[in-house]
Each structure stands twice: as structure tokens, then as C-alpha cells.
Design a binder for this molecule. Structure first.
Ligand SMILES: Nc1ncnc2c1ncn2[C@@H]1O[C@H](COP(=O)(O)OP(=O)(O)O)[C@@H](O)[C@H]1O
Ligand SMILES: [Mg+2]
Length: 325
């Protein structure tokens, strides 16, 4: 299948309402800019007129009360918000400020940053992981279009844009993954599965509960060499998490020791944009078996008794929970 045809098969979650919302947001952003939406260009030396305009823009930004040091106002009010009840650590006041503290990890399709949300004038703050999907090149997106089989299809202007790979289309693809991951995390969080709390989604950015301590991310399972007892405990936590997911018909779709974190002995499942609908996707059982095999191999290679992690048996058990056996 040619690549643009794969993308033409994408289900469009960007219906007309979304499109309108997007346009309104864009128009708001443009009119909020001091120059009324015209991108400033800088070529050569500044003319007097340009200098005056820059001074004026600076004054305007002070008047507009932009937080200092490149911080931004909390984006909570503009974003899709995470499920209720909101956790007590989360700052939901619109007057809060988001401060970028550094990068956690760069990836091929997304970068993860550490962001602190603070309430100015108080000692209240919370740290979050900001996962930002890149829109530069999703051609190499390793989560192939097979994941999308069985989802509702709809032809639309957005789908054509994605297929054409215009900048607009590439951004839609990135946003699409952010929407999918936010939805998966929301469902799983509400079920009580061990996933980071999904704070919000705004465009291509997700803010997530930060899994770690004092701004240091918890290790990925792949970095650990657990003792036998701990290894077995982590395996049981993983089978429980997969069982919970299967019971609502979901599989991870890209499960490995790199997409599992271990925080204070607790396993946390991350990286879920390609979550698989086990019932609707004709390749669901195949993806599930691959997930199970990946992690079972990792655990048995590190000493887990193979009879505890027999991939076929576990896959069958999960398919049974999903109502497919
Ligand atoms: N909620 C989180 N808290 C702390 N670190 C995170 C969180 N989510 C992701 N990370 C870190 O960022 C890395 C990449 O995140 P992931 O969701 O796996 O994206 P991808 O693999 O697509 O780049 C993870 O391996 C982990 O180290
Ligand atoms: Mg990952």
C-alpha cells in the first residue's frame, strides 16, 4: 500500500466542529498579537520605523501582562481537561503560570519536557511531563496504519490534507496522535489502571502527571535489573494492568520495557497513542500477542520462571477477558 493511501484511511476525528474551534482559536491568537497577526520579519538593519514598532510591541507586552522569563499563563482553560475528580495536587487556577524546567527526553515523534505549574504569590506548585508531538515528519512513524484498521473512516478535507502532507496536514497528524493518547489515558485512568494522570491536551501537547521524584523521571523498566522477587512482582503488576485494559477491549500496541516506568516499586504504563481496539481491529489479537511476547521475553531473559510468562496462554487469557474467546 502506498503511504499516502495509508493516511487516506485515517479516521478523521477532526470533524467540522473541531475545524471551527481550531479556526476560532487561530483567529483569537492572531488578533491577540500586537501586530494584528502579521508575522514580523527581520531583514538587515532595523529602520527607525521598525525600532519604534518594536518598542511599542515591548510596551504592549508589558501592558498585556505576559509572565516574565518566557513563562506562559497556564493553558488549562484552553485545553481538553483530564477526567474528574481532578487530583488534589493539580493546579487548576487560570492565573497560574507554566514554567519550563528542561527536557526529559527527545524522541522521533515526540519530545518530553518537565514543566512546573506555579501559583504566583503562593508556595503552591506541581510538576508535569509535557509530551509534545512533532509535526515535522511523521513519515517514519513506526506505529503503522494497521492500528487504524477497523476504526470508523470518513473522507474529509483534513484527511486530504494529511495525505498531501502539507504543513497543515502534518500538524493534524501530530494532533491526531495527541488526541488518541489523551483519550486512551483518560479511559485507563478512569478504570484505575496504572497510567499517569492525563492533565490536559492542547493542540499537539499533552500534559501528564510527572512520574518521578524531585524533577527526575523514574527509570524505564528496560534500565532496571530487578531481583527475582521484585521481578515477579512487576510481572504480576503488568499482567494485572493488561487484564484491566483487555477487560475494556484495549491493548497497548507498542508494549516493551521502554514504555513501562517503575516508580517506587510501582509499574506505570506509558506511551499509548497507538492503543488497539481489540474487538474492532481485525489485527487486534495479533498486536496483543506481539505485546505480550515482547514483555514476556524481557522478563524471562532476566530470570522470571517461563511458566509464569507463557505468551500464548496469557494472550488467550486476555482475549477471553476482551470477550473474544
Ligand atoms: N509522565 C511522565 N513522567 C515522567 N517521564 C515521562 C512521562 N512520560 C514519558 N516520560 C519520559 O519520556 C520518555 C518518552 O515518552 P514516551 O511516552 O515513551 O514517548 P515516545 O517513546 O513516543 O518518545 C519515556 O521513556 C520517559 O522516560
Ligand atoms: Mg516510548
Amino acid at each position: 500500500m502506498r503511504e499516502h493511501e495509508q493516511y487516506a484511511d485515517f479516521e478523521s476525528e477532526f470533524d467540522h466542529a473541531d475545524d471551527l474551534r481550531w479556526q476560532v482559536k487561530k483567529a483569537k491568537k492572531a488578533s491577540a498579537r500586537p501586530d494584528g497577526g502579521v508575522e514580523p520579519t527581520r531583514r538587515g538593519r532595523l529602520t527607525e520605523e521598525a525600532k519604534d514598532r518594536l518598542t511599542q510591541m515591548r510596551d504592549d507586552s508589558v501592558a498585556a501582562d505576559v509572565p516574565p522569563d518566557g513563562d506562559r499563563w497556564s493553558t488549562w482553560g484552553d485545553a481538553d481537561q483530564g477526567p474528574k475528580p481532578h487530583p488534589s495536587w493539580l493546579i487548576t487556577e487560570l492565573s497560574a503560570v507554566d514554567r519550563e524546567l528542561g527536557i526529559v527526553k527527545t524522541g522521533k515523534e515526540a519530545d518530553v519536557f518537565l514543566v512546573e505549574r506555579v501559583m504566583p504569590g503562593t508556595d503552591r506548585s506541581c510538576v508535569m511531563a509535557a509530551k509534545r508531538y512533532r509535526s515535522n515528519d511523521h513519515r517514519l512513524f513506526h506505529r503503522d496504519a494497521g492500528y487504524l484498521e477497523g476504526r470508523r473512516m470518513r473522507r474529509s478535507r483534513e484527511m486530504r490534507a494529511m495525505a498531501n502532507r502539507s504543513a497543515f496536514g502534518r500538524n493534524l497528524i501530530a494532533e491526531r496522535w495527541a488526541v488518541a493518547e489523551f483519550a486512551a489515558l483518560t479511559t485507563l485512568w478512569q478504570l484505575g489502571a496504572p497510567v499517569p494522570y492525563p492533565v490536559q491536551r492542547d493542540g499537539t501537547e499533552l500534559l501528564l502527571e510527572f512520574v518521578g521524584t524531585d524533577g527526575s523521571a523514574a527509570p524505564r523498566l528496560a534500565q532496571l535489573r530487578p531481583e527475582p522477587d521484585e521481578l515477579e512482582g512487576l510481572w504480576r503488576q503488568l499482567v494485572d494492568a493488561l487484564s484491566l485494559m483487555a477487560s475494556v477491549g484495549l491493548g497497548h500496541g507498542d508494549l516493551s520495557a521502554f514504555n513501562l516506568m517503575v516508580h517506587e516499586g510501582r509499574l506505570v504504563v506509558i506511551d499509548l497513542p497507538q492503543v488497539v481496539d481489540l474487538v474492532a481491529n481485525p489485527r487486534g489479537p495479533e498486536f496483543l500477542e506481539r505485546d505480550v511476547r515482547n514483555v514476556a521475553d524481557w522478563f524471562t531473559a532476566r530470570g522470571l520462571a517461563p511458566e509464569l510468562a507463557e505468551p500464548r496462554e496469557i494472550t488467550e487469557m486476555l482475549l477471553d477477558l476482551a470477550g473474544l474467546r
